[in-house]
Design a binder for this molecule. Structure first.
Ligand SMILES: Cc1cc2nc3c(=O)[nH]c(=O)nc-3n(C[C@H](O)[C@H](O)[C@H](O)COP(=O)(O)O)c2cc1C
Length: 177
């Protein structure tokens, strides 16, 4: 993929995955993209749990089906869970800001990198907005107090339709001065 904007167009939320399993190496590549993400003070306040065991994938999928609209989650073949870790900010910054001040944005960026890398590899992805954090934490031995950045469902898309992006008009969201 030569053109980054082309990749941005290609990356789209996927609500239905084929039977094909995701290769371990592709999941490693996705995490590598997350690891390479920028962060405030380079604090890298993240860790990643990759769920590829299919029994566990099914159980995690159930934790995300509180919303009826997410019933397709049963077709997911893998999950990457982005967790928030303690951020050590540089001393000149930490006297002004709480240690976690940048963390949410950093985790959002890491999530975006993961989804873009997934798209570059022909995978579909969907970030899940509503899920049973307590249950997922129990299933994956994640400390109960740990904050989640995101839960990302992955797999090969069940169709190859690239949808037109619905976005605010360029001129409505930007001002050049
Ligand atoms: C924080 C967040 C939570 C989301 N939660 C869900 C969800 O629970 N179910 C779903 O189908 N899509 C979910 N999405 C996908 C968005 O609806 C989707 O990214 C948006 O409509 C833009 O479409 P696109 O990703 O195809 O460009 C979520 C996206 C984000 C960033």
């Amino acid at each position: 993929m030569d053109d980054f904007l082309e990749l941005c167009q290609l990356r789209q939320r996927c609500r239905g995955f084929s039977e094909q399993l995701v290769e371990h190496d592709k999941l490693v590549q996705c995490v590598e993209a997350g690891r390479l993400t920028h962060s405030g003070c380079n604090a890298q306040p993240w860790s990643f749990v990759v769920v590829e065991n299919q029994d566990m994938v099914s159980q995690i999928a159930l934790c995300g089906q509180q919303l009826k609209q997410n019933s397709w989650l049963g077709t997911a073949k893998a999950f990457i869970i982005v967790l928030e870790e303690h951020a050590v900010l540089s001393p000149v910054i930490s006297c002004f800001l709480d240690s976690q001040y940048y963390a949410k944005g950093d985790l959002g960026a890491a999530t975006a990198y993961i989804c873009l890398e997934a798209a570059a590899q022909g995978l579909g992805s969907c970030i899940i907005g509503v899920y049973d954090r307590k249950k997922i934490s129990e299933l994956l031995n994640i400390p109960a107090e740990k904050q989640f950045g995101s839960v990302i469902a992955l797999g090969y898309p069940s169709n190859d339709i690239i949808r037109q992006k619905k976005r605010k008009a360029f001129e409505d969201i930007v001002r050049f001065v």
